[in-house]
Write a protein that binds this ligand. Structure first.
Ligand code: GDP
Ligand code: MG
Length: 211
């Protein structure tokens, strides 16, 4: 029987950058608005058949209306395996706040082994063509604040959504393998900052499940 791995992924960022739309787009048909907790979190589940031996259950936590830095974010971050920090390419202030979100996360949550939670930076709404943030600025911010990588996305057009999530899943699987003592089969985690591009399509293909 295939083994099952559960990962919690949190999506943070300023209001209206596209977080809820991202979850809807990614989870697609299987989206279920399971419940709304009192702290205001929307919660979606996606099951991925990763290999013959392994299914991944992805729990996506959308901060839903709690987009302020309060003590409540600690509850929301708890036990996260990975994170997406999203900003709106056409709203510079949301880019500046992305750093605050990353710092808030790192100050309140770590992985079981004490490492920082792997974090991908997504520059959403690239379809609008109203860029207020240049690629060089994103690249620099990504390096300076230890993001795993970054990508421009358009949730509206479905650009780089699956690719970004697959990249994050690869990282979580790699961490999972390390924690379970299969470090020799870990495929990534060398800390290199990457700019995802369309060449990363189907990035999970051929990857090995080590659970
Ligand atoms: P949240 O507050 O971060 O959850 O943002 P929402 O998902 O509610 O989106 C806010 C608004 O931005 C909505 O009107 C969405 O339709 C719109 N939106 C989200 N993603 C995109 C995108 O990639 N491109 C464009 N043009 N609009 C988007
Ligand atoms: Mg929302």
């Amino acid at each position: 029987m295939a083994e099952e791995v559960l990962f919690k992924v949190i999506i943070i960022g300023d209001p209206t950058v596209g977080k809820t739309s991202f979850v809807h787009r990614y989870v697609n048909d299987s989206f279920r608005r399971d419940y709304k907790m009192t702290i205001g979190v929307d919660f979606a589940l996606k099951v991925i058949r990763w290999s013959d031996r392994c299914n991944i259950k992805l729990q996506l936590w959308d901060i839903a209306g709690q987009e302020r830095f309060t003590s409540m974010t600690r509850v929301y971050y708890k036990d996260a395996h990975a994170c997406i920090v999203m900003f709106d390419l056409s709203q510079k202030n949301t880019f500046q706040n992305a750093v605050r979100w990353k710092k808030d996360l790192d100050s309140k949550c770590q992985l079981a082994d004490g490492a920082a939670v792997p974090c991908l930076l997504l520059a959403n709404k690239c379809d609008l063509g109203q860029r207020e943030v240049e690629q060089e600025e994103i690249e620099e911010m990504c390096k300076e604040h230890d993001f795993l990588g970054w990508s421009e996305t358009s949730v509206k057009e479905g650009t780089m959504i699956d690719e970004s999530m697959n990249y994050l899943i690869e990282e979580m699987m790699s961490k999972h393998a390390e924690l379970e003592g299969f470090s020799e089969s870990a495929t990534q985690g060398n800390g290199t900052i990457r700019h995802l591009s369309r060449e990363d399509e189907d990035v999970h293909q051929g990857s090995r499940c080590s659970c």
